[in-house]
Design a protein around this ligand. Structure first.
Ligand code: CAA
Length: 378
């Protein structure tokens, strides 16, 4: 697909591609197998300005447009989806809400180091009893003088173990249901903030997924993000952007599958010829390419529109729905092209296949994306 990128977009794309090829790809499978969090690579992303890619320069970011960021996300995820998710959570789920809803003081204190990659952020919404029904959270935040006191448990929090700062959603007015939820910027160092169970996952083994427990955790009132009781809207508006990031991650995984499959189809010989000579393999490669291009167009449309300041709730959901389902279909085909070797950990398609699976689940399942799209239609 030949979209015309600006000179700056092309330059960022080439720089990130170089970093991904040289620094990320060679270590990805080994670190993944060891479930090793990529501290040094995250530092590298920070040095390239990719941990606060679209945050204004005055708050420590690179001031890129959202499409440029999405191009970078795809390249990083193509090399290693675990690193991609660390990057998108920090950019879209931690930096972005502070940039959109934070005070100047909050931006100076938290956004600058997060965007520079000196601190790592996470987004703590999901709970054991509130996954798709995110408005049903039970974590409480009770006002006590100049503080809010948080009690509750968050589950499946990406970056939860390694993050320094969490955007935490909690109920400030239990009588008002989801209209009584507020958002808080919570430092890991605050007393009563404990990291619980670390999940052992099928994929994304280089990224940590943690339970976060709040036990009488005292958060200064000035760390309330946005307006009290309007936190659920902050959570959903934030996810509009996050879902575009996950669509880009899915694109990266799928593009990685296609490139590996193409190389293998040219090199692997059966019946005295490269398997790419067989129409059965050609059909799979052609379908992979077509679906990837379709997903890329949806994803770029959503990124471009959000950058223009438009409401992208439905088109971000479309991009995420299609790209994530597509990545799973493409990863399935990639393993098929590789035959038995696709099932073996020596080849990256085995990792792509496992990593693709989460993309239809987090930041809203495919079923939730369809709900969002249908509500906008009706
Ligand atoms: N932006 C701003 N406001 C929005 C909004 C948006 N995108 N979408 C809805 N709202 C507003 C609504 O207008 C409504 O406002 P009013 O009360 O004033 O009318 C309010 O928010 C509540 O909206 P709904 O009544 O539509 O909410 P709902 O309870 O029916 O839930 C939902 C809607 C789409 C199902 C939502 O709960 C949802 O997205 N669920 C999935 C949760 C999710 O994605 N979790 C991801 C966790 S993070 C993660 O996964 C990160 C990671 O690991 C990488």
């Amino acid at each position: 697909m030949n979209l015309h990128f600006t000179e700056e977009q092309q330059m960022v794309l080439e720089t990130v591609r170089g970093f991904a090829e040289k620094e990320v790809k060679p270590v990805a499978s080994k670190m993944d197998a060891a479930s090793e969090f990529p501290h040094a690579l995250v530092k590298g992303l920070g040095e390239m300005g990719l941990m606060g890619a679209f945050i204004p320069a005055e708050y420590g970011g690179s001031g890129m447009d959202l499409l440029t960021y999405i191009l970078a996300m795809e390249e990083i995820s193509k090399a290693w989806a675990s690193l991609g998710v660390v990057m998108t959570v920090n950019n879209s789920l931690a930096c972005d809400p502070i940039n959109r809803f934070g005070t100047k003081a909050q931006k100076e204190k938290y956004l600058v180091p997060l965007a520079q990659g000196r601190l790592l952020g996470c987004y703590a919404l999901t709970e054991p009893g509130a996954g798709s029904d995110a408005g049903g959270i039970a974590t409480q935040a009770r006002k006590d003088g100049g503080h809010y006191v948080l009690n509750g448990t968050k589950l499946f929090i990406t970056n939860g173990k390694n993050a320094d700062v969490a955007i935490v959603y909690a109920v400030t007015d239990p009588a008002r249901g989801k209209k009584g939820i507020s958002a808080f910027i919570v430092e890991k160092a605050f007393s009563g903030f404990v990291v619980g169970k670390i999940e052992d996952k099928m994929g994304l083994r280089g990224s940590d997924t943690a339970e976060l427990i709040f036990q009488e955790c005292r958060v200064p009132a000035e760390n309330l993000l946005g307006v009290e009781n309007e936190g659920f809207k902050i959570a959903l508006a934030t996810l509009d952007g996050g879902r575009i990031g996950i669509a880009a991650q899915a694109l990266g995984i799928a593009q990685g599958c296609l490139e590996e499959s193409l190389a293998y189809a040219k090199e692997r010989k059966q019946f005295n010829r490269p398997i790419g000579d067989f129409q059965a393999i050609q059909n799979m490669l052609a379908d992979m390419k077509t679906e990837i291009d379709a997903a890329r167009l949806l994803t770029h449309r959503a990124a471009w529109s959000r950058h223009q300041g438009r409401l992208v709730t439905a088109i971000a959901a479309e991009a995420k729905l299609y790209a994530s389902e597509m990545a799973n279909r493409v990863a399935y085909k990639a393993v098929q092209v590789f035959g038995g070797y696709g099932f073996i950990k020596d080849f990256p398609v085995e990792r792509f296949y496992r990593d693709a699976r989460i993309t239809t689940l987090y930041e809203g399942t495919s079923e939730v994306q369809r709900m969002v799209i249908a509500r906008h239609l009706l």
